[in-house]
Design a protein around this ligand. Structure first.
Ligand SMILES: *Cc1c(COP(=O)(O)O)cnc(C)c1O
Length: 396
């Protein structure tokens, strides 16, 4: 079913998203993999490695997406699909031994932070949160210390972070973590493998909320993990089977359908994000902006070094007006938009916008007036015209 290894190595990612995971080229085979709706499979005698067995162990509808994502992330092994990004986070965190130290960005995705904090509160792990853009601080957090005196067992990377868009020096941090004996997991949701390939930058495991760019149409919730290590992959697969966070076949099918246009979507939304960021940066109603593509952004040089492009998430802080606090101005901006959809999430074809602190789980260090924009694939001038009229409405 998969492209041969030789083919996969020589094809560009823009081709792999279209060509990977096709059924065999045999007369009257469908060109697209079908959806298999079955909770069990025929079989007698002992179950071998290649046997499907039962619907929680495997489903043929998962395979094409898992193969394609593995290839895109530069692994020779297929990825693993999960019921959601957070089911994948749960599986990845299960790699930490009892009492082990987890070093995590203080501005990780809020759900990942909540899960890690709850594990720490119950005494299952020791959690150290750190500014992931501060390489020395991360190295210090990885080193032996804290209540247990232990070094890190796992370094969690997110770069750019959600929602502060901090950029980690991924190679240097992976080296430091490995020197301390830690495993490195990178949440690559914001970048997609087309923009950043964490396994090639030293990470051991890559995580995606497939809900976002990979599926790309805001119509499924799914997650995935990819690793190049057969040992880690079988540990994760065992966790998926026993904890049961498996993908529904229809969602898996939709994710593969979405993946087919990933390269086009990423190209368009990245180009639009760059131009919108430049215009927003020059607008008087914006107090500050984070977008790694801007030459003035603190993460710009690192991002240029380890990413192909700068993604399509922009964060702005809306300036207070004579009558409105920054947070109220941010709310008013979101409400005044006609085209941008006021909704959480990101990475879909439609442009989404939200004030992040509307979520109570968002860390208090995220400013009240911070608005996150996920740039979609609509016409750039239409997106800008809508933002401009809404920013103008803040004066009135
Ligand atoms: C959305 C998201 C998650 C969680 O994924 P779900 O599919 O919502 O469970 C994890 N990490 C990042 C960066 C995300 O944006």
């Amino acid at each position: 079913m998969s492209l041969s290894e030789h083919q996969a190595a020589s094809l560009s990612a823009e081709t792999v998203v279209v060509a990977a995971g096709r059924p065999p080229r045999e007369r009257d085979q469908p060109v697209n993999p079908p959806i298999t709706l079955s909770s069990t499979y025929f079989g007698t005698g002992p179950l071998g490695d290649g046997d499907r067995g039962y619907g929680r162990y495997s489903n043929p509808t998962w395979d094409p997406f898992e193969e394609a994502l593995g290839q895109l992330e530069g692994s020779t092994l297929p990825g693993l699909l999960y019921a959601s990004g957070l089911a994948a986070v749960s599986s990845a965190l299960s790699l930490i031994p009892a009492g082990g130290v987890l070093v995590m960005p203080s501005h990780s995705y809020s759900g990942s932070l909540v899960m890690a904090s709850e594990l720490a509160q119950k005494g299952f792990i020791e959690l150290r949160t750190v500014d992931i853009a501060d390489t020395d601080a991360v190295k210090e957090a990885i080193a032996p210390g804290g209540p247990s005196g232990r070094p890190a067992a796992m370094l969690w990377l997110e770069s750019p972070t959600n929602p502060m868009l901090g950029i980690a020096d991924m190679r240097a941090l992976a080296d430091a973590a490995h020197a301390a004996g830690a495993i490195v997991v990178t949440d690559n949701t914001f970048s997609t493998p087309l923009v950043q390939q964490p396994l090639l930058l030293g990470s051991d495991v890559v995580l995606h909320s497939v809900t976002k760019y990979l599926a790309g149409h805001s119509d499924v919730v799914l997650g995935a993990l990819v690793t190049s290590s057969p040992e880690i992959r079988s540990e994760l697969l065992h966790h998926r089977i026993i904890h049961g966070g498996i993908a529904g076949p229809f969602e898996a099918w939709l994710a593969l359908r979405g993946l087919r246009t990933l390269a086009l979507r990423v190209e368009r939304s990245q180009a639009s994000a760059m131009l919108l960021a430049e215009r927003l940066a020059a607008h008087p109603a914006i107090e500050s902006i984070r977008f790694p593509g801007l030459a003035t952004d603190p993460g710009h040089d690192r991002a240029r070094d380890q990413m192909k492009g700068f993604g399509s998430i922009i964060c702005i802080q809306v300036a207070a007006t004579s009558r409105l606090s920054g947070a109220d101005a941010a709310d008013k901006l979101v409400q005044a938009l006609d085209l941008w959809l006021p909704a959480t999430s990101l990475g879909g074809v439609e442009s989404l916008i939200e004030r992040r602190r509307r979520h109570t789980a968002e860390p208090a260090s995220v400013p009240e007036n911070l608005v996150r924009l996920s740039v979609g694939i609509e016409n750039l001038e239409d997106l800008w015209a809508d933002l401009e009229q809404a920013l103008k409405a803040l004066d009135g």
